[in-house]
Each structure stands twice: as C-alpha cells, then as structure tokens.
Ligand binder design. Structure first.
Ligand code: ARG
Length: 466
C-alpha cells in the first residue's frame, strides 16, 4: 500500500507538537539502528497485547485477525530484509506500528496501543529478548563446559606443574586444571539460570506508569509471552532495569573467567612453556616475522572482557539517580546490553573451538616437573612418622638447601645416609617420596589431584548442567 500525502509519516507522539525538531536531535533521540534487533519480541508483544484487548471487547475478532496478519507480514519483511525504515521511525516500536497502519489501515492499527505505552512495551520487549538470548547462551555455555569435561576425561593421565604466584608449586593433573575452569563456568551456568528466572517477569499492562485503565488481564498477557509471573507494581514494571544490570554483571564475571582461562593458555603456549599448541584455525601470523604464530583468539578472549565490564559500569552510571519512573536515560541500556550479549556469545563459541582443537605436549608438561615440587611431600612423609608438620616443613627445607649446596639436580639425589644425617627419623622408604604420580595420587580427598578425585569432580560438574 502506498503512503498518501495525508498520512505522511509522523511521530506517533506528535499531536501536541507543532514546531520542527533539530535534525541532530532526531538522530540523537533515535534508537532504531540498534533496537531493531528486537523486532520479533515487539511484534509478538503486540500480538498478545491485542489479544488481551480483544478479551476486553476493545478490539473485535475481525480486527484482531487483521492485526495479527499485518504483524506477520511485518515479521516477514524484517526477516527478508525488505522492511523500509522511514523518517520518523524513532525506534522499533514506532516503526512497527507505523508499518502496521500502512498495511491494515490506521483505523484498526490505531487501536493496538490502547492502554499501552512505549514504557511497558519496551520493558516487555527487552525482557523477552534478554530471556531468549540468555537461554540460547546457556545452551552454548553447556556445550563449552562439556567440551572441557570430555577433554579432561580423555587426558586424565597427563601430569603438569600447578602454579602459585606463577612459580612451580606442586604437581597436578592437566585435567585438574581443566576442571578448575569447568568449575567456574558451571557456577556461571547456574547463576545464569537464576538470572533467567528474574528476567522472566512481565511488565506488560502497566501502561505509561500508573496501570491499565481497562482492567487488562495481566496474567493472560504474561502467559501468552512465556513469562513466569507479573511484576507487581506498575511504576517498577516500567522503570526496573535491574535485569539489564544483572545480565551485564553476569557477562562481566563470565568474561573475567574466560580472560583468566585465556591468560593461562597463552602462557602455556609460549616456547618457554610449550605445554599446548593452538590449532591454526585460532592463531594468526605476524606481518613481519615469518616464524610467528600468535594466540590472537586467546588475546581477544582476554581483551574483550574489558569492554563488557565497561558496558556494566557505564550503564550503572546512567541508571543511578534517575528519578522514578521512565526517563529517556533508560534507552542507554540497549547498546551495552546487545554488545555484551554478542561478545559473550562469540567468546563462548571461540573458546569452545580453541579448547577442542588445541594439542598438548605431554613431554613438555612432564619435563617441567622438578623434584623441589615434592618438598611438601617430603615434609608429609615425616608427618606420617609422627613428626609435627611445623618441624617437618623445616627439615624438608634443610634437605632442599643441602641438595643445592652439593650442587645436586634435586632432593631425590641426596643419599639415604645424607637424609639420615639431617634427621634420623628418615627411613629407607623416604626414597619412595620422589614420585610425581604418587604425589598427585595421595591427594584423594574431595577436590584433589588423585585420578579418582578428578574423575569425581568431572562427574559432579556434568550432573549440574541441567
Ligand atoms: N526507545 C525508547 C527506549 O528504548 C522506548 C521508550 C520510549 N518511551 C518514552 N516515554 N519516550 O527506552
């Protein structure tokens, strides 16, 4: 249908305005360029809302089916990329309603906003969009965690150094390291489910701020849109953006975990460590140095955590001190939110690709294990003979010092006689302490490095991914 002169596109709120606005103001005010991503929740929201109006007798059955048909035409246009944006399309809500008027006539289309405001409309669209995006992220996150768990199970026998202060500390299993990040990500996964529940509450029917003048059935609207409940105060319904803050916080924390995970892998991939090698698909070369293979995927995972945190802090600043209820400041929720959701989604996919394709160098990991890392095991040996740990810690330190003094390669090279001389409670079996496998296997309490303990962790994590 063509647009005639008389129904030239106008602002939907234009009735009381006569003067022209500054063109820069139009641009400054407009959000369509980024909020059109919500075209589908907006159309679905209007479908259910008009069904609610129909129940009240404010829209006839015939009008309702015309409206629903029109909305589906618009959905197709967005899907095919044929939707034409025109001047005055301030945001996705005004654009869709303007187009509906063109398709089914303004007489009917003019009824869809009865009792509704863009304030409850935008809050509704946002909640649907966030809920659906988080559900999708949740599935992708699950796959990522399962990829880590699978790898950990397959490579359970591989030992490597565990670090504190980035100094070699004690031997651990490579799978134990993998499982430690799977533990972080599983907590993220569970936190996400809780957030989805809080997001999934309906503001629709709250009107501009004061509630619905025709007594619309808000429970009916909520059910139709898949919400779990109705927000109980109309003022809060239109102005609550805590769900955006929570999503941004969740994203920030997740990216923090991803960033630390990436940093470990970057270190492990250096020639100095050589524990892992990234697949070509996730590395890039240098434009100048032909020999270089850089871990760009990991550096981006680490780097992008910054912008997500920036989005959180920026939006919290915008939100603070906004008086009740809706104020235009709130439009600033969208760009950081959409950016965070995309960044997190891509980061999960990239991290899944990285971890499922990298190769490990078992020999390099093993070679990095040094005897001094068993000094604690030596102390534990004497504890088992009844010596208090504070004392054994000191004795073991003396053994390390002695080996260094004699220029030996490690504490295992001291003779039994030399051990006896340091402390006569050392017996022949002290020589059995110098085995990395024995060391990790001894730590079989919950959460430890023993094979049985690590396998239990993996199983336990898997069981939480519901
Ligand atoms: N584009 C606006 C936003 O995203 C929609 C709500 C406009 N409401 C209003 N009273 N101007 O926040």
């Amino acid at each position: 249908m063509s647009t005639s002169e008389t129904d030239k596109p106008a602002r939907l709120w234009g009735g009381r305005f006569t003067g022209k606005s500054d063109p820069l103001m139009d641009l400054y005010n407009a959000s369509l360029s980024y909020d059109k991503i919500m075209y589908s929740p907006d159309l679905t929201g209007t479908k259910i809302y008009t069904a609610g109006l129909n129940k009240l007798g404010l829209i006839t059955d015939d009008e309702l089916s015309k409206i629903h048909e029109g909305l589906e035409v618009i959905r197709k246009e967005w899907e095919n990329g044929t939707f034409k944006e025109v001047e005055g399309d301030e945001d996705i809500h005004t654009a869709n309603e303007r187009r509906l008027g063109e398709i089914i006539g303004k007489n009917i289309a003019g009824k869809v906003h009865t009792g509704r405001s863009r304030n409850d409309q935008v809050a509704t669209d946002m909640r649907i969009f966030v809920r659906d995006s988080l559900k999708d992220l949740s599935l992708k996150l699950k796959t990522f965690i399962e990829t880590i768990l699978k790898r950990a199970e397959n490579e359970i026998n591989v030992l490597m150094p565990g670090y504190t202060h980035l100094q070699r500390a004690q031997p651990i299993r490579w799978s134990h390291w993998l499982s430690s990040y799977a533990t972080y990500f599983t907590e993220d996964y569970k936190r996400l489910q809780q957030i989805i529940e809080r997001v999934n509450q309906s503001p629709l029917g709250a009107g501009a701020l004061a509630g619905h003048p025709y007594g619309i059935d808000r429970e009916f609207l909520a059910q139709g849109l898949g919400f779990q409940g109705v927000i109980g105060n109309s003022l809060t319904a239109v102005s609550d953006r805590d769900f955006v803050v929570e999503t941004l916080f969740w994203s920030t924390l997740f990216m923090n975990h991803i960033s630390r995970f990436a940093e470990d892998l970057i270190i492990y991939s250096t020639a100095e460590f050589g524990f892992i090698k990234l697949a070509d698909a996730y590395s890039t070369g240098s434009s100048l140095m032909p020999q270089k293979k850089n871990p760009d995927s990991l550096e981006l995972l680490r780097g992008k955590s910054g912008r997500v945190f920036g989005g959180l802090s920026g939006f919290l600043m915008s939100l603070k001190s906004i008086p009740s209820t809706y104020n235009k400041d709130m439009q600033e929720d969208k760009e950081p939110l959409f950016d965070a959701l995309t960044t997190v989604e891509h980061s999960i996919l990239i991290a899944t690709g990285v971890i499922s394709t990298l190769s490990i160098n078992e020999t390099k990991m093993k070679d990095a294990l040094t005897m001094d890392m068993l000094a604690t095991d030596l102390a534990d040996y004497l504890v088992r003979k009844g010596v208090p740990f504070r004392e054994t810690h000191h004795i073991s330190g003396e053994c390390v010092r002695k080996a260094e003094e004699l220029n030996l390669s490690g504490i295992d090279k001291l003779s039994f006689e030399q051990y006896q001389k340091i402390d006569n409670r050392f017996e022949k079996d002290v020589m059995d302490s110098f085995d990395f496998e024995t060391s990790v296997e001894r730590r079989d309490a919950i959460g430890g490095t023993a094979k049985s303990a690590v396998l239990k962790q993996l199983k336990n994590l898997q069981s939480q991914l519901v």
